[in-house]
Design a protein around this ligand. Structure first.
Ligand code: F2R
Ligand code: MG
Ligand code: MG
Length: 349
């Protein structure tokens, strides 16, 4: 499909759900041998297995809230989005939420709360969360807004409802921008794709709160840019081991240790890779590779799945895999509605 085509929109949201559901099997496992990953994926094709429902976790639960809110309010409405997060948590608290964010979701349920950003600001002694919970649900912002400035503004605000640390919300912006560029077909030129992300993040990370968060948390200046430069270096190497990827980029629950990693997974799997079945297309390779990194597999695969799905489109996602995953049909429907909203909105300028 062409830039911003329906099949790319559907691929983005369905790819994210599949990453979450399929990746859930290995979340928190530090070493995941590739043959275990391939066995898990082969199991999805086994028609004799009957009902194969892999449940979605907090990643999809919150992405659904973001998409429903953007559609219902025809734009960003922080009160509505916060209410949806709280209600969703209350209905299904067992979806594997982060240990800290639960406190925020409980406070957001209070009808007395007037400033919906306040509970997030109170997290971790006032520093705010740097977890990847803002980034894991950021894809719908790229499907609802056309202009980069809007994607950045609303992905930041949407993340700040739970993640007030710049190392949390900047990860959400990076993820939303990666999905946006992929929807436009930018992965056809991988180096340019990466350079654009670096340029955008350089501008964002000049900000004083980003500088001070990086100092306090002992991170380098321009932390996301530094990681994206490492992605570039890894791409230039002939061979990269899983251990090198983990040590250079991380596979953890912090946005800084997972969003650049997800971007690397997509870029690395644009071409066939040793150890991955020849029959796999790029989307399957990306999900398999994300799982093989271990660590926060549901979230890394969810974010990589959204970026890769926006590139390859829905036709590249095996039907058998879609059938196995709770919420994939709803994600497809939400993507179709967001596509209509995106193309209805008058271009700015
Ligand atoms: N939580 C999980 N997985 C763990 C176990 C789930 C298991 N299946 C179960 O059911 O028990 N996965 C989900 O959490 C990640 C997203 O987390 P989010 O939304 O960012 O949460 P939180 O609590 O804000 O941050 C996560 C942890 O990061 C550390 N942290 C964050 N900011 C910090 C700070 N400023 N100082 C110190 N530590 C900080 C804390 O350990 C937080 O708990 C996704 O993986 C999702 O799938
Ligand atoms: Mg999860
Ligand atoms: Mg996770």
């Amino acid at each position: 499909g062409g830039p911003a085509s329906l099949c790319r929109f559907r691929g983005a949201l369905v790819g994210a759900v599949l990453g979450d559901c399929i990746g859930g099997e290995f979340e928190g496992t530090e070493e995941v041998p590739l043959d275990r990953v391939l066995q898990h994926l082969e199991g999805l094709e086994d028609e004799t297995r009957g009902d194969c429902i892999l449940q979605y976790s907090d990643d999809t639960a919150m992405t659904r809230c973001v998409a429903h809110s953007l559609l219902t309010r025809a734009g960003f409405d922080e009160q509505d989005m916060a209410r949806r997060f709280a209600k969703e948590y209350n209905l299904a608290p067992g979806r594997g939420y982060g240990a800290g964010v639960i406190q925020v979701l409980k406070k957001l349920a209070s009808p007395q709360l007037s400033d919906v950003f306040q509970p997030a600001r109170a997290q971790f002694g006032g520093r705010g969360s740097f977890g990847n919970g803002g980034a894991m649900r950021a894809a719908p912002f790229a499907l609802a807004f056309r202009e980069r400035v809007d994607i950045q503004r609303y992905a930041r605000l949407g993340a700040m409802l739970t993640h007030s640390c710049s190392l949390g919300y900047n990860g959400a912006i990076l993820q939303a921008l990666a999905v946006h560029l992929s929807l436009q077909g930018a992965l056809a030129l991988p180096q340019d794709f990466l350079n654009t992300l670096i340029t955008e993040m350089e501008e964002l990370e000049k900000d004083e709160s980003t500088r001070s968060d990086a100092r306090v948390l002992n991170e380098s200046e321009f932390p996301f840019c530094a990681r994206l430069h490492r992605v570039k270096e890894l791409m230039e190497r002939n061979k990269v081991s899983i251990e090198e990827v983990i040590s250079e980029l991380g596979n953890g629950i912090a946005a800084l240790h997972s969003v650049p990693t997800a971007i690397f997974c997509v870029l690395h799997c644009l071409e066939p890779r040793e150890g991955l079945p020849e029959k796999y297309g790029g989307l399957e390779r990306t999900l398999a590779y994300s799982l093989a990194l271990g660590g926060d597999t549901d979230t890394i695969a969810c974010m990589a799945g959204a970026i890769a799905g926006a590139h390859y489109g829905i036709e590249a996602i095996p039907q058998a895999w879609q059938r196995c995953c709770e919420g994939s049909e709803e994600a497809d429907m939400l993507a179709q509605r967001l596509h209509s909203m995106y193309h209805r909105a008058p271009p700015e300028g």
